[in-house]
Design a protein around this ligand. Structure first.
Ligand SMILES: Cc1ncc(COP(=O)(O)O)c(C=O)c1O
Length: 391
């Protein structure tokens, strides 16, 4: 990877050390240009004319997203973020009273509160699959929990609060074996590693644009496996998802866009498409190797600091590094680093409550390098942290 070139194409790298790809990464110039150019076109021609003029390349975004995850374009709905994408699938799924939802300890807060709402409303049961000794979801335990009341397996692949990589494809094999719908939150995975929906065996997959994909904020997508396109009725529809074909009748679209609605940000969609092409051109294996390598180097350096505890669990560690330092208050440390031009984040227990309670986690600091970061930046970050840490 030509890191110098990639940094030159990333204006944000000139402003400090950005280590928060798990929050919102730095966009490359081609993505910024795509968003601005479309906005300028809207300013010149009006929104509808701009759309008409760019119709082919905007339509091509479905092909790009599909190619990125090994899907068909008919299986892609473009969304404004990962949560909306996930909710569209979750709230559409018919679950009988008494049905069980199987999830994992690292499940993301937005998903879990939706489980709680449907559990209350539709009389469902939420069952949490235990983690194995290493801290990842345990496929054997999952299989042992299957019975004919399980209506859904819904899990987070990579959680918001650390380096864990759940065995998403093994979960998929079990879901397929027992014919149970499988909804995978791939929000933190897409953009930092290869993603192939066939290999994952998932029915639905949600992701966002602004994190490791380096797309603009306010973009995301939902994958809906072909077999659901004929049958799944969205929880909400409009006349784009389902044209009004007679006074008393609508007709659902026959592709995943039945989960979309009429009005959208085409500037952001253009940016998402360019971001996904950009990462594919670099190669997802190479991106994974570099980002995970930088994160591993970061863990090694942090571990040298007095009182440091790396909080990442699981057999494999991704590009999200979570840690605490005895005597250093995470939110204050994040703010102090920001003053020095170093951007990291913090993750609070309520973002991943089950995991935080199981591991007795406090607020943790979260550093997430991307391939445009350098070892030198990591050293500077760790030095700055050392200076803030209690002596
Ligand atoms: C694991 C996980 N899932 C879902 C989301 C939600 O993504 P969005 O903010 O795009 O809705 C996040 C955001 O941090 C996340 O970390």
């Amino acid at each position: 990877m030509d890191v110098e070139k990639l940094r030159a194409e990333t204006p944000g790298t000139a402003n400090g050390i950005h280590l928060l790809a798990a929050g919102s990464a730095l966009m490359p110039q081609p993505v910024i240009d795509a968003v601005i150019n479309h906005t300028n076109l809207e300013a010149r021609l009006g929104g509808y004319e701009a759309h008409n003029q760019m119709a082919d390349s905007l339509d091509n975004v479905y092909d790009i997203v599909a190619a990125h995850i090994g899907a068909n374009r008919r299986e892609i709905a473009l969304m404004e973020n990962a949560t909306v994408a996930w909710c569209h699938a979750f709230y559409a799924l018919p679950l009988k009273p008494g049905a069980r939802i199987l999830t994992c300890e690292a499940e993301y807060a937005a998903n879990y509160v939706a489980f709680l709402q449907r559990a209350k409303r539709d009389n469902l049961v939420i069952d949490v699959v235990p983690s194995d000794a290493g801290g990842a979801v345990d496929p054997e335990a999952l299989e042992a929990m299957i019975d004919d009341r399980v209506g859904l397996i819904a899990m987070t692949w990579i959680p918001t609060n650390g380096g864990l990589v759940n065995p998403a494809a093994e979960v998929g094999r079990i879901a397929r074996k027992y014919h149970i719908p499988y909804l995978l939150d791939a929000c933190q995975a897409v953009g930092q590693m290869p993603v192939d929906v066939e290999a994952l065996g998932c029915d639905f997959l949600s992701a966002t644009g602004r994190k490791f994909l380096r797309g603009p904020r306010g973009s995301g997508f939902l994958y809906v496996a072909r077999k659901w396109l004929e049958t799944l009725e969205p929880a909400m529809i409009d006349h784009f998802a389902a044209p009004w074909v007679a006074r008393d009748r609508y007709q659902l679209r026959d592709d995943a866009r039945r989960f979309e609605s009429w009005e959208n940000s085409y500037a952001l969609r253009a940016g998402l498409g360019v971001a996904m092409e950009y990462s594919m051109a670099l190669g997802m294996e190479d991106i994974q190797e570099r980002t995970w390598g930088l994160a591993a180097a970061c863990r090694d350096m942090l571990a040298e600091l007095p009182g440091a505890r790396i909080r990442d669990v699981g057999a494999q560690h991704c590009a999200i590094v979570s840690f605490t330092i005895a005597g250093l208050e995470p939110i204050e440390a994040v703010a102090a680093l920001r003053e020095q031009g170093i951007v990291i984040g913090a993750s609070t227990p309520s973002s991943t409550r089950l995991d935080a309670e199981a591991r007795d986690l406090p607020v943790v600091m979260r550093a997430a390098p991307h391939y445009y970061n350098t070892e030198q930046e990591l050293k500077q970050f760790v030095q700055a942290l050392r200076a803030l840490s209690p002596k």
